[in-house]
Design a protein around this ligand. Structure first.
Ligand code: HT7
Ligand code: ZN
Length: 853
């Protein structure tokens, strides 16, 4: 694909103040009429009117009621151009589209027999001819005409008018969205749904009707999503002073969706996996994910919708900021340290890996080949970390002042990262030019920490230095401002904490201590998204874990020890896990007993993908085996704790509360340890746990733990039972597929892909097999004989023909091929080359091309 460049941005030469759309819905031939009120901008010269359009059948074009002939315009497969247009006019186009044939799930498509749209980022051009770019903002009026029986409910953005009869068994409605918006926030959903309703009164006393639209029979399973929505609305009022701005807020759950959810104005569309939950069918992780995604999409109403992006290079303006907001919401709803640890695990496993490979790019890229591939962990997760650093540096109160100014100054506009930082410059009087390097430089900075102690002066001298490794297209990096939370610890709970901003390549700090040599705690709370390098012995690290007073760093200390141990085992410099270390980890887990969620996180060993970052070349098979050995040793050391924990009953009656979820998380961790255990009786115990489980969290944990034991009658019994009980529920069946893909071999993938319920057109199902296998089962995926790659290659090719955005994302699993041990690396490279030779979509070709470099 030809690269689009940030430097080439030019404003659109026309204003498009008012848009009237009319849809005559039909799965095979929907007629879309668009009336655009167009005004040439002052100084726009005689620029032609260029409209984007793809996969549209053009029926007619009129200007101010005058029909045009093909000689009056130019039509290509990417759009419609009108050369000589007046300075002010009404353009009317009629097109026909076929939602039933739309398998890309971008534009207007069918899911479960219902109409559904997805326009971000460039789906609107598959609905009608339009300047499909975020800086063109219009007021939309949308009329829908549909069959009364097939579509009793017809939804779009804004405020609904009355439903009227349209003859021939059809009816019609018009929606008016008073807030100007870009086309990517347009949505239309129509069909027969069950509706879960509620209401919310805003801080200024306005009444809002809330509704969640789901498949027939699923309404009760929307209660948690509704509860999450109301809590999000309250949180945004209390934390950012932001109130909802329409009389209705609708959510629609759809089965076939390329992503988690979409923040269309007043009409959020969700992947049904992030709406539907009840105690029988959903795990605590599901409840948590629903809470955070509902909040994320709701928060976009201000950070994304009221203030949007000038162009797609500014994606992090809405996404990084909104992830930061949803992470803080979750931290307030649950435990802040536990939330921080989970966010960091996700950041390291996805974003650090991206930053270390051929797909590395800055938080705000300056060029792209395929726009769907911009939705990355770097834009989202690192984008959120950057906002977190900004807040840390300027303090919470000043951050809020800057945000208030941003909302006041830019409401209703499409803006840039520079506009955002100008607000913070204006409230602080500081210059953020160097800070904005975080948006321009790819790669994870490394901070090296060296210390020396002067017994005579009682001074600890701390030397801090930073470097950022080269990334594709960026060989040389400048120092970035790194806010480091530091503390010296006296080992008796005494903590002298402060923050320093490392904004040069190197600096030296001294800190006085009252008594003997203190221990140094660095990057507390993971204050900056960097890799910290310290040359400490195991004993020094153990002492630091014991003395540590920051919960994040307590976990981090154990994590580092565990990582070093797995690396030693995988490299053969040690054959068996060190019993003293295993004992110390087990003690740390037992000591965290007051906070079971934290204890559960301590038992969770780093995944193989995260270990890749530590060694080059990486040997997934050796790492997996070393990890298993350490897990088995830990299971043995904790066997008493595991026994007593699992003998106690699970909390009852069930509630998806953070407190109960913490207890179940530790029970789940114990079940997992049984999965790793070499105890002969473990399988029988796990089958009993599976059968007696009173909730999905523990039932699934037991089934997963049984699959860790490989082929055995107990595993087969659990899998068969699960399938029989849940075959009617696709969201739960995705877990059944995922559990097997996450533990099995290439053969397992082939079997799962041949299962009658495997559906190449359903992204959730494809991800639960191919996505899970290639990202969570790395020893099998990266098998040196290439069998793992062969198992997914054909599925990816077939998926690409139907849904390029989905396939491109699956191919990113190959991004680490260069760091793999030679056999797997060569097999991965050969697979990428074969894919490159196949006729791939532009999305997938973009990933393959960049991955091969
Ligand atoms: N803003 C939404 C992004 C999204 C998306 C992007 C590409 C293809 C399909 C998509 N569906 C939703 C989701 C969000 O970040 O809130
Ligand atoms: Zn988002």
């Amino acid at each position: 694909p030809v690269a689009v460049k940030l430097a080439d941005y030019t404003p659109y030469p026309f204003d498009m103040d008012h848009v009237e759309l009319s849809f005559e819905l039909d799965p095979d031939a929907t007629k879309v009429t668009a009336e655009l009120k167009v005004t040439r901008k002052a100084g726009a010269g005689n620029a032609p009117l260029e409209l984007d359009g793809e996969a549209l059948k053009l029926v007619s074009v009129e200007i101010d009621g005058r029909a045009l002939t093909p000689s009056d315009y130019s039509l290509t497969e990417h759009g419609l151009t009108l050369a000589d247009v007046p300075d002010q006019f009404t353009l009317r186009t009629v097109v026909v589209i076929a939602p039933s044939k739309n398998t890309a799930l971008s534009g207007l498509y069918m899911s479960g027999g219902r109409f559904c749209s997805q326009c971000e980022s460039v789906g609107f051009r598959r609905i009608t001819y339009y300047p499909d770019r975020p800086d063109v903002m219009s007021r939309f009026f949308v009329t829908i005409v549909a069959d009364k029986e097939a579509c009793p409910i017809m939804l779009s953005n804004g405020t609904p008018g009355d439903v009227k009869d349209a003859g021939n068994g059809r009816h019609t409605i018009t929606w008016d969205d008073p807030h100007k918006k870009p086309s990517y926030l347009f949505a239309l959903c129509a069909g027969d749904y069950d509706v879960y309703r509620d209401s919310f009164t805003t801080m200024s006393g306005k009444h809002i009707d809330l509704a969640i639209h789901v498949d027939k029979g699923d309404a009760d399973r929307a209660a948690w999503a509704m509860d999450s929505l109301k809590r999000s609305m309250t949180w945004d009022e209390q934390t950012y002073g932001r109130e909802y701005d329409l009389g209705v807020f609708n959510i629609v759950a759809v089965r076939d969706f390329n992503f988690g959810a979409m923040e269309n104005k007043g009409l959020n569309v969700f992947n049904s996996a992030y709406v539907l939950a009840d105690e029988d069918s959903a795990t605590d992780a599901d409840f948590e994910a629903i809470e955070s995604i509902v909040a994320h999409e709701y928060f976009h109403n201000w950070t994304g919708n009221r203030i949007t992006c000038r162009d797609w290079f500014q994606l992090c303006l809405k996404e990084g900021l909104t992830v930061f907001r949803d992470q803080n919401f979750s931290a307030d709803m649950r435990s802040r340290p536990v939330q921080r640890i989970k966010d960091v695990i996700r950041l390291r496993s996805r974003q650090f890996a991206e930053d270390a490979g051929p797909l590395a790019h800055p938080v705000r890229p300056d060029n792209y080949g395929s726009i769907d591939n911009l939705y990355t962990a770097t834009v989202y997760e690192k984008g959120a970390e950057v906002i977190g650093m900004l807040r840390r540096i300027i303090g919470e109160e000043t951050y809020r002042k800057g945000m208030d100014l941003y909302f006041e100054r830019h409401d209703g506009q499409a803006v840039t990262i520079e506009d955002f930082y100008k607000c913070f410059e204006d409230v602080t009087g500081k210059d953020f030019t160097q800070f904005r390097l975080w948006y321009a430089q790819a790669g994870t900075p490394r901070v090296t920490v060296e210390e020396s102690w002067d017994e005579a002066t009682k001074e600890l001298t701390i030397n801090l230095s930073q470097t950022t490794p080269p990334t594709p297209g960026q060989p040389d990096k400048k120092p970035v401002p790194i806010p480091l939370e530091l503390a010296v610890l006296d080992g008796k709970g005494g903590t002298d904490a402060w923050m320093t901003v490392l904004d040069t390549a190197e600096t030296t700090i001294t800190r006085k201590a009252a008594a003997g040599r203190p221990l140094l705690s660095v990057n507390r709370d993971f204050s900056a998204p960097v890799r910290v390098e310290r040359d400490l012995t195991r004993d020094q690290r153990l002492a630091l874990v014991v003395a540590e007073t920051d919960p994040f760093n307590q976990w981090e200390g154990v994590r580092t020890l565990v990582t070093e141990e797995i690396l030693k085992l995988s490299e053969g410099s040690q054959t068996r896990p060190d019993s003293e270390l295993v004992g110390a980890i087990a003690a740390a887990i037992r000591n965290a007993g007051d906070d079971p969620a934290l204890a559960a996180l301590l038992t969770r060993l780093p995944e193989v993908g995260e270990l890749f970052l530590e060694r080059e070349p990486a040997d997934p098979v050796a790492l997996h085996s070393a990890r298993k050995r350490l897990q088995a040793a830990l299971a043995e050391a904790l066997s008493d704790t595991v026994g007593t924990t699992l003998e106690a009953p699970s909390p009852a009656p069930y509630a998806p509360s953070a407190e109960q979820a913490g207890v179940r998380a530790f029970r789940g961790a114990c079940i997992n340890l049984l999965g790793a255990s070499e105890d002969k009786d473990a399988r029988r115990k796990l089958l009993v746990l599976y059968q007696k489980a009173t909730n999905m969290t523990e039932r699934l944990a037991a089934m997963r733990a049984l699959t860790m034991h490989g082929e055995c009658p107990e595993r087969d019994e659990a899998l068969a039972d699960f399938e029989t009980n849940w075959k009617h529920n696709p969201i739960v069946m995705d877990k059944w597929f995922a559990v097997q893909a996450g533990q099995g071999t290439a053969e397992t993938v082939a079997e799962l892909a041949a299962h009658p319920e495997f559906d190449l057109k359903n992204p959730n199902r494809v991800r639960s097999v191919v996505g899970v296998f290639s990202t969570a089962n790395l020893a099998a995926f990266h098998a040196p004989d290439g069998s793992g790659y062969r198992a997914v290659e054909d599925i990816i090719l077939k998926a690409d023909a139907a849904n390029p955005a989905l396939a491109a994302r699956l191919i990113t699993a190959f991004e680490q091929w260069r760091v793999l041990e030679p056999k797997a690396g060569a097999a991965a490279q050969a697979t990428l080359k074969r894919l490159q030779e196949a006729k791939l979509s532009p999305n997938s070709a973009d990933i393959v091309g960049r991955a091969l470099g």
